[in-house]
Design a protein around this ligand. Structure first.
Ligand code: ADP
Ligand code: ADP
Ligand code: ZN
Ligand code: ZN
Length: 849
């Protein structure tokens, strides 16, 4: 075990006088080339130390070495409040918050495994007879001109129109509007007149027109021009009109119209499905004809990584190989094939070790959870060959079943053994216990934290009484902090039968209503599919048909929502992703559905928790009632940074302006006019209790609950935010800076402050992400309170202290992907913990002792 005396003096990162955010002149030394865990309750200052101080300083030094002037411009590069840091290596940060991945990136592109697979096909694939030269590796990518399918341009989706889609009601005549896809208003009359002039009957029901006429009117590319003599209006002169078939009109509008409204309107007549030319792969036919181990690159892209590993493994084991020649049709048994597959296999195994073997290379990153995404990036770093850097990681165990945590430790150990320092902010005590060193920050959050309570080898923390982490790290030595309660009985059951979606294949599941239910299982076993797709779709359909007007959470269900894509690309994927359910029982007991998910509470810096919870409305109203505001005639709107009037017009109320830098796209700098305050000078002259509106936005929830105690509506929201452990957040902290877990807890708080009626079903996906075990207990208390008032809470969860405290457990598995998707055990935690087939059981049993 390393300790300062055993290491050479220069093998430590030494921080002196760190004052970032809530840190109180922190001095701390951490060994390099070791795994160092940063612990403490949420808001204690772990991130302020690991990211805000250590990583930011490393980044500042880096930027200064490449472009000194850039540092002054960009906000991310602001100087941390620290006197000195010595022994600091260059740093690489892998964080979960921020950054919506682009819709074209996939597991294969972020890991660069796609590049290697294309290389394999180009250099060592089997080409059909007739090929004289090998295809370049670009030819195997739908994102290049060389590879993209000419029909769909590499997207893989084709938009088509059919008679059914263009003519929804064939009993109508053309005059009555049978061709619904045609434009409305005067253009409709114009097209009808042209159709009459061309000799078609516009007064018979559409279905009675001859098939050839229907075909031509809908689909022809011809655009005859005819002379029209307006019939009713005798004053108008004859004119020339050009015919547009419905198809021609729809595609012309999609491609050329500047009006988003017009495009959206015609989209409803378009059906989307896999491109018929490339079968949805986005690739040219020549590329699809090349195989490796008997399969095309598109087939390999669709396989789960564990299966892909099985396909290429035999090649890595070949003993008799020939030299690769560009002229032979198959390169599968060559030295090049062996070298390329060996490299691929090693890199895939890192991913499977990290519990991601159920993902395929072609899976879009927009459908991954932040935890999955971070582990993908982590795996990529392992092969980067970097050494002598410090990796700063944000809860790498997020989303991992305890059975997979051991592999994560392996990966961290590999990063270390290749000569790197690994600094992790972590809440999972199984990971923390295996670190070489622990830095415990606290004792409380915000003002109540900011001290380093302990820095040293893990066992030493046992002697630190002030540490909130200690009882969780050494549960047997210290009083068990988990309070046991009696298990509740179901008030009724919600049962779904014959459910199929993703890897769930015809399963049945029952949810005991009026209880707290934990859904468990290794990554990829199907938990999110069940809780975030199946249950919401089933219940929502019932609530809609019931015509319940009440607050149905209308978050779109598609898992890969990406607001930034243009409308043309958001046409839902064809059928592949659709849910089937044979039977549902018990829906009548549910009056309301609330999903508390990890999606951002807003996608721009304009949203924040004050606007989201509604507490800012109450604050603005109070500002408008001050003497000065009345005197000047300022209403509540004056105190909004989202509308003109009170806001700063330079930054339009954002507080930031974007700075164009070639090498750092999308950087923001503080607004030079308002200096980040977001409001203009006149607005800031108004104060309430000595604070400007900008000062209020700068308060933490904890500070605000004192400062705004006399505003009842605000106080209620703030109370709820404190209850879910968010006292450390600032009111104005932009939504884009919040982690998924924080966004989820803000939603929960918003829900808690509401007056509720009827039976509500709450669905949550891993609410403990980012929470210290002590905070997990507080969250549990909140959820139990919801259940006590008669509601049902269903939670996807890996944290075994949480699962042990649930009334009921549904364990999915046994493994991920196609090897999972079944209900392995269901019952009380004690019952599930005894099931020998469950991979969750041993970990759960340990917490129940
Ligand atoms: P942890 O990582 O332990 O959850 P943080 O380091 O994120 O804690 O936060 C520590 C304290 O610093 C909290 O009170 C938090 O509100 C505050 N804080 C965090 N980021 C900022 C910021 N950008 N500006 C001001 N205060 C911040
Ligand atoms: P868990 O929540 O237990 O980690 P998921 O429900 O996310 O598991 O995934 C179960 C299976 O469904 C996995 O094989 C996963 O790859 C697949 N899957 C999940 N979401 C999608 C999606 N949007 N598109 C295709 N496959 C998906
Ligand atoms: Zn295509
Ligand atoms: Zn400004």
């Amino acid at each position: 075990m390393p300790s300062p005396s055993e290491n050479a003096p220069d093998s430590f990162v030494r921080v002196r006088g760190a004052n970032e955010n809530n840190l109180r002149s922190v001095d701390v030394d951490m060994p390099r080339d070791r795994i160092v865990a940063f612990t403490g309750v949420s808001g204690s200052g772990k991130s302020s130390l690991a990211f805000g101080t250590i990583f930011t300083e490393a980044q500042r030094r880096y930027l200064e070495s490449v472009a000194p002037y850039a540092r002054r411009l960009i906000q991310q590069g602001h100087d941390p409040h620290v006197e000195s840091i010595s022994g600091l290596p260059p740093a690489v940060a892998l964080q979960q918050r921020r950054g919506a991945p682009s819709s074209r990136s996939s597991v294969g592109t972020v890991t660069t495994l796609s590049n290697s697979l294309r290389m394999l096909f180009s250099r060592a694939g089997t080409f059909p007879k007739g090929f004289t030269t090998r295809l370049d590796s670009d030819a195997f990518s739908p994102n290049t001109v060389a590879g993209a399918c000419p029909e769909c341009h590499g997207i893989g989706v084709a938009h088509t129109v059919t008679e059914d889609s263009l003519v929804p009601d064939p009993s109508l005549s053309i005059r009555e509007g049978a061709i619904a896809a045609w434009p409305g208003a005067w253009q409709a009359k114009n097209l009808r007149d042209i159709t009459i002039a061309l000799g078609y009957d516009v007064d018979v029901p559409w279905r009675d027109l001859p098939p050839a006429d229907r075909e031509w009117l809908l689909f022809t590319d011809e655009q005859p021009v005819v002379q029209i003599t307006p019939q009713r209006d005798r004053v108008a002169k004859p004119y020339n009109g050009m015919f547009w078939s419905a198809k021609k009109y729809v595609f012309h509008t999609l491609a050329d119209s500047k009006s988003q409204m017009m495009r959206t309107k015609v989209l409803q007549f378009v059906r989307s499905g896999p491109c018929p030319l490339c079968g949805g792969t986005g690739l040219r036919r020549e590329a699809l004809a090349v195989t490796f181990a008997g399969r095309s690159i598109a087939e390999l892209n669709a396989l789960p990584l564990t299966d892909l590993a099985d396909v290429i493994r035999p090649t890595t084991q070949l003993t008799e190989v020939t030299p690769a020649l560009p002229t032979t049709l198959s390169g599968e048994r060559t030295d090049v094939a062996v070298a390329l597959t060996t490299d691929l296999l090693a890199r895939i195994e890192v991913l499977t070790d990290l519990g991601l073997g159920y993902l395929g290379l072609g899976r879009a990153t927009t459908t991954l959870s932040p935890g999955e995404m971070q582990r993908l990036r982590l795996a990529t770093q392992l092969r980067s060959g970097l050494f002598g850097v410090v990796y700063v990681l944000d809860e790498p165990s997020a989303g991992l079943h305890p059975a997979d945590a051991e592999q994560l430790l392996e990966v961290l150990a590999q990063l270390k053994s290749s000569g790197n320092s690994v600094f992790v902010v972590e809440h999972n005590m199984d990971i923390v216990r295996h670190a070489d060193w622990i830095v415990d920050v606290g004792p409380g959050a915000g003002e109540g934290g900011g001290h380093v309570l302990y820095s040293g080898a893990v066992p030493g923390l046992a002697a630190v009484e002030a540490s909130v982490t200690r009882p969780f790290l050494f549960p047997h030595a210290h009083a068990a902090s988990v309070t046991r309660r009696d298990r509740r009985e179901a008030s009724a059951w919600l049962t779904v039968e014959g459910v199929s979606l993703h890897n769930l294949a015809d399963i049945d599941a029952s949810v005991p209503l009026g209880t707290l239910v934990a859904v468990t299982g290794v990554s990829g076993s199907g938990k999110s599919t069940l809780v975030s797709r199946v249950l919401p779709e089933v219940v929502r359909a019932h609530l809609r048909s019931d015509d319940t007007p009440d607050e149905i959470d209308d978050t779109p269900i598609d898992a890969g929502g990406d607001d930034s894509r243009p409308a043309e690309a958001t046409v839902p994927d064809a059928g592949a992703d659709s849910l089937t359910v044979r039977d549902v029982r018990g829906l009548e007991h549910i009056d309301r559905l609330v999903r508390v998910d990890q999606k951002p509470i807003g996608r721009t810096p304009r949203s924040n928790l004050a606007t989201y919870t509604g507490l800012f409305d109450a604050v603005r109203a109070v500002f408008a009632r001050t003497d000065l505001a009345r005197e000047r005639g300022y209403g509540a709107g004056r105190f909004s940074f989202n509308v003109a009037g009170g806001r700063c017009e330079t930054c339009l109320g954002e507080g930031f302006v974007s700075v164009e830098l070639l090498f750092l796209p999308g950087s923001y700098g503080r607004c030079p006019t308002c200096d980040g305050a977001r409001y203009n000078a006149e607005t800031l002259e108004v104060t309430y209790d000595g604070r400007t509106i900008a000062d209020v936005l700068a308060l933490t929830v904890e500070q605000a609950s004192e400062a705004l105690a006399s505003i009842p509506a605000a106080a209620r929201s703030l109370r709820a935010l404190l209850d879910v452990g968010l006292g450390y957040l600032r009111l104005g902290q932009p939504a884009t800076e919040l982690s998924g877990g924080e966004a989820q807890r803000i939603k929960l708080a918003t829900e808690l402050q509401r007056v509720r009626r009827g039976h509500t079903l709450y669905l949550l996906d891993e609410p403990t992400t980012g929470l210290h075990p002590a905070d997990v207990q507080r969250l549990l208390a909140q959820l139990h309170a919801l259940v006590d008032s008669g509601d049902t809470v269903v939670v996807v969860e890996h944290e075994m202290d949480f699962v042990a405290a649930a009334d009921w457990v549904i364990d999915l598995g046994p493994a991920g992907g196609d090897a999972g998707g079944r209900v392995i055990a269901a019952g009380t935690p004690e019952h599930v913990a005894r099931n020998p087939a469950s991979r969750t059981a041993p970990y759960l049993a340990e917490r129940l002792r």
